[in-house]
Write a protein that binds this ligand. Structure first.
Ligand SMILES: O=c1nc[nH]c2c1ncn2[C@H]1C[C@H](O)[C@@H](COP(=O)(O)OP(=O)(O)OP(=O)(O)O)O1
Ligand SMILES: [Mg+2]
Length: 210
């Protein structure tokens, strides 16, 4: 890994997830970086064949940097549940199968959250509900240099889901120190405590010092 820094070039946000794109856009906004999304550039979604968040984040960033010939930022993230031995982890998105809603393809988050809850319930009423979100942000440059930043947010898996904000598993995640889920708190508040914000703070310290 290098100490390579972004230097005024346009940055590709290598995600096809609208919720992530919104959050990364908000986190980057204060730094005046000109961004373009993978969707706007018509980039294909690479297959996520890695077995770790780092491998998948790097694979997505590299694919976009090569295709666009610009530096690219990718995010690989997921929720890990202690009582499930860290599952779904890297496979968090896969647990939410793609479905068609009102003519649009999207992931079925409610079904995925229900699957986690079902497995927890099998372990009885006193089950440990602790869990954590992980986020790895990777930047790759077209010349092959790359950097990664890792973040984490600890909490508990709650049922039933609550709240309409955020995306993905947010309605079932109560961060440590709060009573509300990530889907019930304002985006600005999520950006103070989320796994993505934690990784982003490390990115900012190195990429935009001072
Ligand atoms: O803050 C979050 N709040 C709720 N759920 C979250 C969060 N962060 C990640 N997650 C869940 C949903 C996401 O789909 C999966 C990551 O899977 P992951 O492969 O990294 O993302 P993705 O396939 O949705 O988009 P893409 O790969 O194009 O960036 O973990
Ligand atoms: Mg993905």
């Amino acid at each position: 890994m290098s100490n390579r820094r972004l230097n005024g070039e346009r940055l590709v946000i290598a995600t096809h997830n609208a919720g992530k794109l919104r959050e990364i856009g908000a986190l980057l906004a204060p730094f005046g970086i000109e961004c373009v999304s993978a969707g706007e550039l018509g980039l294909l979604e690479p297959e996520e064949t890695g077995t770790t968040f780092v491998e998948n984040a790097l694979l997505k960033a590299r694919a976009a940097a090569q295709a666009a010939q610009l530096p690219a930022l990718a995010d690989d993230s997921g929720i890990s549940v202690t009582a499930l031995g860290g599952r779904p982890g890297v496979y968090t998105a896969d647990w939410a199968e793609r479905q068609w809603f009102e003519g649009e393809s999207g992931r079925d988050w409610f079904m995925a959250m229900g699957k986690v809850e079902g497995l927890l319930c099998e372990q009885g009423p006193g089950v440990d509900r602790s869990c954590w979100f992980s986020c790895v942000l990777a930047i790759a440059w077209p010349d092959g240099e790359e950097v990664v930043y890792e973040g984490r947010s600890n909490g508990a898996f709650t049922w039933p889901p609550r709240g309409k904000l955020g995306f993905g598993y947010d309605p079932c995640f109560v961060p440590d120190g709060l009573d509300q889920t990530f889907a019930e708190i304002a985006p600005e508040k999520k950006h103070e405590i989320s796994h993505r914000a934690d990784a982003f703070a490390k990115l900012v310290a190195e990429q935009f010092p001072g």
